[in-house]
Design a protein around this ligand. Structure first.
Ligand code: MN
Length: 291
């Protein structure tokens, strides 16, 4: 048998905290909800930021994100609705469409724009920032981009559907995105009313659930049932077994986990390095056109 050592005695990951996102404006005036990277949750190592955007008001998103730099981490854009055009200073260009993922490793630096490819209608999705370890912050930039058709959907009993963007489920479905440095799991789970989602994760990884449509029923640290509402983030405390349920209506949520880096963090706007000196260097390199 090659069963994992933890498979016989799984430890339930309970919800240690529920975080409400806070309204924020970024780019040239895009209205969004900042969930990770705000005072209530500055980071959840290796995750530096999570923005959620959902609006059918063009004035909330039309301004987009004109050219700006990044260095030292990865930006992960997952769209549920709408279209975003991406363009960088190395000539890389494309459109992210509903259900598509763009996992951009900024590494030593990239200057890119992210602009809505639509003038009306719903734009809904997420941007997650995933840190890179010190030894890889200055790696060359790379992309992992996949349209919806390349993201496997695992169908389970009772109408449970799991889109696997990164990582591998307990049933062996493997997502197209690979990042050994933080070993991320990124799942988009749909549950019918009263449905249940059970999954295992690496116990040492930090993990969270983000509710797209709720409520989602989980267990808190006291063993009590807790309901997470739409747009709530629940931190899934130490353990390996995740169990989440839908209440009386269909539910949809993201489950994201990754290996913490446990390194010092220095932030400066679009740059995330380990020291203040490296941040100053990033600004200098950007201003002098070295990206
Ligand atoms: Mn960006």
């Amino acid at each position: 048998m090659t069963a994992r050592t933890d498979s016989k005695n799984p430890v339930a990951r309970r919800v240690s905290r529920v975080i409400k996102g806070m309204p924020a404006t970024d780019g040239a005036g895009v209205e969004l909800t900042r969930v990770i990277g705000q005072p209530a949750l500055p980071m959840l190592d290796p995750f530096l930021l999570l923005d959620a955007f959902r609006s059918d008001e063009p004035e909330d998103y039309l301004a987009g994100f004109p050219p700006h730099p990044h260095r030292g981490f990865e930006t992960v854009t997952y769209l549920l609705d709408g279209r975003m055009r991406h363009q960088d200073n190395a000539g890389h260009e494309g459109v992210i469409e509903p259900g598509g993922i763009q996992w951009m490793t900024a590494g030593k630096g990239i200057v890119h724009s992210e602009m809505p490819e639509q003038e009306n209608g719903l734009l809904e999705g997420f941007q997650l920032w995933v840190n890179l370890p010190a030894a890889h912050k200055m790696d060359p930039p790379t992309y992992q981009e996949y349209p919806a058709s390349h993201i496997p959907s695992e169908t389970r009993d009772g109408g449970v559907a799991v889109r696997v963007i990164a990582g591998t489920t307990s049933r062996g479905t493997r997502g197209p995105v690979v990042q050994p440095l933080t070993d991320p799991l990124y799942l988009d789970v749909t549950l019918p009313a009263r449905g249940e989602f059970v999954e295992s994760t690496s116990p040492g990884h930090n993990a969270f659930v983000y509710v797209i449509n709720g409520p989602v029923v989980a267990t808190d640290m006291d063993g009590n049932s807790v309901q997470l509402q739409r747009d709530d983030l629940g931190i899934l405390a130490y353990g390996d077994a995740i169990t989440l349920q839908a209440a009386d209506s269909d539910a949809r949520f993201l489950v994201v986990a990754g290996k913490p880096l446990n390194e010092p963090i220095a932030r400066g706007g679009p740059f995330v390095m380990n020291t203040r000196a490296e941040i100053l260097q990033a600004y200098q390199d950007y201003e002098q056109g070295r990206f």
